[in-house]
Design a protein around this ligand. Structure first.
Ligand SMILES: [Zn+2]
Length: 175
């Protein structure tokens, strides 16, 4: 499975496919023997995921980002505090971290664009560097962008939908 990740990541013997690489990366995680956290010495609850320590790390950064929408901030914070693995939480990221934004399709209510998230989503904590490890396959991580006409479109139903979608969705706000 690890070999599959590398093959899809680099396009070795197959077409390059970041979605498939990430899929197999997660499969590795599901099947790996759970190990112990380097910091608190407690058993990981999922692949390289210590909820206790990661909750603290997320919490320390709460003051470093804001969507300028209290409701959205709270929703993201709660997802981060309750995350039991690396694909159960949301992050707020700055717009300038996206590149190659291209029109992709028209959804039910809005346009959909594709883009590359340069440093990619968090998947574990790096104890040596004391920072998050991010999944970017060297070339960035492909994401879907959903455009909203105004931040008033955001309610709990919409956010729940975003949260349960497998794809990473980033919200655009128009002032
Ligand atoms: Zn820990």
């Amino acid at each position: 499975m690890i070999n599959l990740v590398t093959c899809y990541e680099n396009g070795e013997g197959t077409e390059k496919n970041v979605e498939k690489a990430f899929y197999w990366y997660q499969k590795v995680g599901e099947n790996e023997v759970k190990l112990v956290c380097n910091e608190c010495k407690q058993l990981y609850i999922d692949y390289q995921w210590c909820q206790q320590c990661n909750t603290k790390r997320f919490q320390q950064d709460f003051s470093k980002w804001t969507s300028k929408n209290e409701f959205v901030d709270k929703f993201i914070q709660e997802a981060q505090l309750n995350a039991k693995n690396s694909y159960e939480f949301l992050e707020w990221i700055p717009y300038n971290i996206l590149s190659g934004i291209n029109y992709y399709d028209k959804g039910g209510f809005s346009e959909i664009h594709k883009a590359i998230w340069l440093d990619g989503p968090i998947y574990s904590w790096n104890f040596n560097k004391q920072q998050w490890n991010r999944c970017n396959f060297q070339t960035g991580y492909e994401v879907i962008l959903k455009t909203l006409n105004s931040s008033s479109d955001i309610d709990s139903k919409f956010l729940d939908e975003v949260y349960y979608l497998y794809l990473v969705v980033i919200l655009f706000f128009y002032a």
